[in-house]
Structure formats: C-alpha cells, structure tokens
Design a protein around this ligand. Structure first.
Ligand code: SF4
Ligand code: SF4
Length: 202
C-alpha cells in the first residue's frame, strides 16, 4: 500500500511521544543545555596534550618529534620545536614544543595523531562545547589550552589511561634498571638527575 512505511514511522513516533510520559526509556532526548547525557567511554572529539606533575608546560609528555604533524591527514597540527632541552616532570632532559597548535576548524577527529604518537603524549578529549563567534583564532587551540593533566585523562577514559600508565611505568622501570648499571649514573653533565621518579596521576 502506498504510504505504508510513512504511516508506520508516524505510528512509532506517536508511540514514543505518548509512551515517554509513562516509560522513561522512551524519552530519547534531554533538555540541553540544562540537562546533559553522560559521555560514552568511547566518545572522542578533538585531541589534547597530556601532562604529568603540577606544571602544565614543564610536564608535557610531548617531545616535539613532529610525527603527528606529518601524519595528520588534513595537516591541522602546527609544531615548532624548542631546540633547548629542558627537564620534564620526572627530571629527564627532553625537547619540548615551543608552539603546538591544532586547528579544530579543520580537524576531523580521526585519532591518527593519537595512534602514531610514540610517547602517549596526545589523546582524544570528550569536550564538545567549543562554539565561538570567531571562526579563525577562536578555533585555533594553542598548547596552553591543549594541555590537560593525566588525572583528567583518567577521568574521561579510565581504562585507556590505566593501560598507558602501566606501560609507561614498565618502560621507566626498565630504563632505571639500565641506567643503574652505567658508571657514574647519579647525574648527567648538567647536574640534573637523568631518571627521576615518574609522577603519579594525581
Ligand atoms: S604529540 Fe607525540 S607525535 Fe606529536 S609531536 Fe608530541 S611526541 Fe611527537
Ligand atoms: S584527530 Fe586526525 S585530523 Fe585531528 S589533529 Fe589528529 S590526526 Fe589531525
């Protein structure tokens, strides 16, 4: 019969509309922005940079290797490497990005930057309320905005963050054991302890 599918669709909508007054499960929408649905564990919006310890800039895990910049399909990551090594959150001398920008007006949330990063320095955020009237500078995220603590990563993706912590702890323990076997292993030429304690997530 012509229009049968249309009638079936309208009947389903009517059933949900009337049923939502009696059964909460039939209410499929919320009154946003006063109400929000809980985020799903697999949700991903745009990337952010993870840092360890209390200082967002000093504690960045990113060593400015620029792999993500090269692999990003729409080329929306822009990095300038700081050519002077500085101590990271565990006291190890590392390169860091002087500039790390992501143009979220171009980013397509593919997560390739996360997959290719060898240092677990970049992860996908679940924050989606980023609307702005300025479509250029307003959508360009700088490293100061992109830097978020490891505790935040645990909050939004707990299983993934636990797995990353376990891997980094194992790598750090292995490096410490290797470092302990070297002669005069207590300090490097700058006097900075080469392998300190890996900061906890808190
Ligand atoms: S986020 Fe990872 S891949 Fe990108 S520059 Fe930093 S360390 Fe390299
Ligand atoms: S999520 Fe994809 S598009 Fe966005 S910055 Fe990462 S690699 Fe580029």
């Amino acid at each position: 019969m012509l229009g049968r599918g249309l009638i079936k669709g309208l009947a389903e909508t009517a059933r949900n509309l009337l049923g939502s007054y009696a059964v909460k499960g039939r209410l499929t929408t919320v009154a946003y922005p006063e109400e929000r649905l809980p985020q799903q564990p697999g949700a991903r919006v745009f990337p952010f940079l993870v840092y360890d310890g209390p200082d967002p800039m000093k504690g960045l895990r990113c060593v400015a290797c620029q792999i993500c910049e090269k692999e990003c399909p729409p080329q929306c990551i822009y990095i300038i490497k700081d050519m002077i090594k500085k101590p990271d959150a565990s006291g190890r001398m590392q390169f860091q990005p002087k500039v790390f920008d992501i143009d979220t007006s171009v980013c397509m949330s593919c997560q390739i930057c996360v997959e290719v990063c060898p240092f677990d320095a970049i992860e996908m955020d679940v924050e989606y309320e980023l609307s702005t009237a300025d479509r250029f500078e307003g959508l360009l995220q700088h490293k100061e905005q992109l830097a978020k603590p490891n505790a935040y990563f645990h909050q939004i993706h707990p299983l993934q963050a636990d797995a990353v912590d376990a891997r980094l702890d194992a790598e750090h323990a292995k490096a410490q054991a290797k470092h302990a076997t070297l002669p005069d292993s207590s300090a490097n030429s700058t006097g900075t302890v080469a392998l300190g304690t890996r900061p906890t997530k808190a």
